[in-house]
Design a protein around this ligand. Structure first.
Ligand SMILES: Nc1ncnc2c1ncn2[C@@H]1O[C@H](COP(=O)(O)OP(=O)(O)OP(=O)(O)O)[C@@H](O)[C@H]1O
Ligand SMILES: [Mg+2]
Length: 495
């Protein structure tokens, strides 16, 4: 139904070109098997499938080998010594690609192809072709369903649900339906169907409120082996004291994420939030996803630099691909200076990663909005802050008096303390030079003190806590000043 003409033509062309090995990374096993079977028929050659449980099976019973060929090695031996002009599709063969003997068998098959003309198609969720086999291997990918095909999948799924529930109609709105279809983009037909069922099955309604769940499930399908984490908790700007200018800046661009691509408008690319520690950069990154109502994905540099040498670039590619498929989304790169500071002792790896990331940032077309944070400019690669990488570089400074007051209120309320019980003017003044995080900590500690004495927290508890705190802006006065100086003519204040 969805197997359009073209994947068939493409795979057939590879087979005709006499490439001995074809690697197919896909979870659409039945569709691939069916393609191989049909191509075998069209080219009038014998075609077989193999799995570890069923052994070797010919699609046409007349071609079945006289003896059963069950083991992985036996099937390779059969292809190498007995088969002629045949097509083999080996399912879930990837574990054997880690074994030297199997690899050698496949290489033998490849090297002697000019004599026996057989082709081996390796299918699996992931197929990592060992170095030795790469020169003989072509890879093939099933094209993903188009938007129209996805729409058809949603309609079919809805019809099936209706039929099973006494001809009840699935309820939806055009907007919710469009959103669902758009959010299924990038998935295979099987996965798209699975998520459509998930959206419908609980209540027979496709609603906009189903989308966060759909996106979460989509991430589960796609992102698990990428160095990305799906952040379940986003934030609201109402939880942040200050940053009004940043908030406005983000809000102006909101329609881009809510209404899909806009003609004549360049997609917003992202912002760099640079600033003093503990002043809410990470919080603001979460709030950006909150404003846009899209998934928040965090690129984890720790996982990116994988223990396996040579895997890092593949990991980055995979992460960026996943982010694109999850788009529209916010891609949060926290503390980029730690992940990207280039050092000379890693064979140029961090340089290459930086290069790959910068290239992607300038070329990406999908609405992946990057929010990067950094607080140590000395380790930040200069290329990163050059004009044009980010739409804007915002500076997150220590909070002003008005913002400190706001932060006090937010964190008191968060802990069910009524701000009117406290003399906020005095606390605002006493917390000069404090970061948001330090203000929060003072409230938390004061509450502990009071709790230990079995009473409610008082103005004096807070005042004492504040007095005892030596804020970073004092302890690290020079660094903070240097950061401000640097930022003065390169960045925009976020308030
Ligand atoms: N402007 C603010 N408004 C409200 N809460 C704040 C603010 N700034 C900091 N906080 C509180 O401090 C916590 C830590 O802040 P956050 O992690 O966002 O700072 P950061 O700038 O990312 O710091 P770092 O540079 O150390 O990563 C926040 O979770 C929040 O509870
Ligand atoms: Mg942070």
């Amino acid at each position: 139904m969805l197997a359009t003409e073209s994947p068939m033509r493409d795979l057939e062309a590879i087979i005709r070109s006499r490439t001995p090995l074809i690697a197919v990374e896909s979870n659409e096993e039945p569709q691939i098997v069916s393609l191989v079977r049909q191509i075998g028929g069209r080219l009038q050659i014998k075609a077989y499938s193999w799995t570890v449980t069923e052994g070797l099976r010919a699609f046409d019973a007349c071609d079945q080998p006289p003896q059963s060929v069950l083991k992985s090695q036996d099937v390779l031996n059969y292809i190498k010594t007995t088969a002629k002009h045949s097509l083999f599709v080996l399912l879930d063969f990837h574990p054997y690609l880690e074994d030297a003997l199997h690899v050698r068998y496949l290489k033998d098959i490849a090297l002697t192809q000019a004599k026996h003309y057989s082709t081996v198609v390796l299918v699996g969720h992931t197929v990592r072709v060992p170095e030795e086999l790469r020169p003989f291997t072509a890879s093939f990918r099933l094209p993903l369903p188009t938007i129209e095909e996805l729409r058809a999948i949603v309609f079919e799924t809805a019809a099936e649900w209706g039929a099973r529930h006494g001809q009840r109609d699935v309820q939806t709105t055009n907007k919710a339906l469009d959103l669902l279809v758009r959010n299924l983009a990038g998935l295979t037909a099987t996965d798209a169907r699975r998520l459509a069922i998930k959206a419908i099955a609980d209540d027979g309604v496709i609603a906009e409120s189903d989308m966060p769940e759909v996106m979460r499930a989509k991430y589960e399908l796609l992102g698990r082996d990428a160095p990305l984490s799906f952040e379940y908790e986003t934030a609201k700007f109402s939880e942040i004291g200050g940053m009004q200018r940043l908030r406005k800046w983000l809000e102006v661009r909101k329609s881009f994420f809510a209404g899909g691509p806009q003609p004549n408008l360049d997609p917003p690319r992202g912002v760099l939030l640079l600033g003093v520690q503990g002043c809410g950069k990470s919080l603001a990154a979460k709030a950006a996803a909150g404003i846009y109502g899209v998934p928040l994905l965090r690129l984890d540099f720790g996982v990116l630099y994988n223990k396996y040498y040579g895997e890092t670039e593949r990991n980055l590619r995979k992460a960026l691909e996943t982010a694109e498929v999850m788009s529209p989304c916010v891609l949060w790169m926290d503390e980029i200076e730690k992940g990207l500071s280039t050092s000379d002792d890693d064979d140029g790896l961090s340089r290459r990663i930086l290069g790959a990331l910068l290239t992607w940032m300038s070329e990406r077309r999908k609405p992946v909005f990057v929010v990067a944070t950094a607080n140590d400019i000395s380790r930040l690669p200069p290329e990163m802050v050059r004009k044009g990488r980010f739409d804007e570089i915002f500076f997150v400074d220590l909070p002003s008096a008005a913002n400190r007051r706001n932060i006090l209120e937010i964190h008191l309320r968060k802990r069910s303390l009524d701000p009117v019980r406290f003399e906020l003017d005095a606390l605002t003044e006493a917390t000069e030079g404090f970061s948001g995080s330090e203000i929060e900590q003072a409230i938390v500690s004061a509450m502990y003190t009071a709790h230990a004495q079995g009473r409610e927290v008082s103005q004096e508890d807070l005042r004492d806590e504040v007095r005892q705190t030596r804020p970073l802006s004092v302890v690290m006065a020079e660094q903070v000043e240097a950061l401000r100086q640097w930022a003065a003519d390169r960045t925009v204040p976020c308030d």
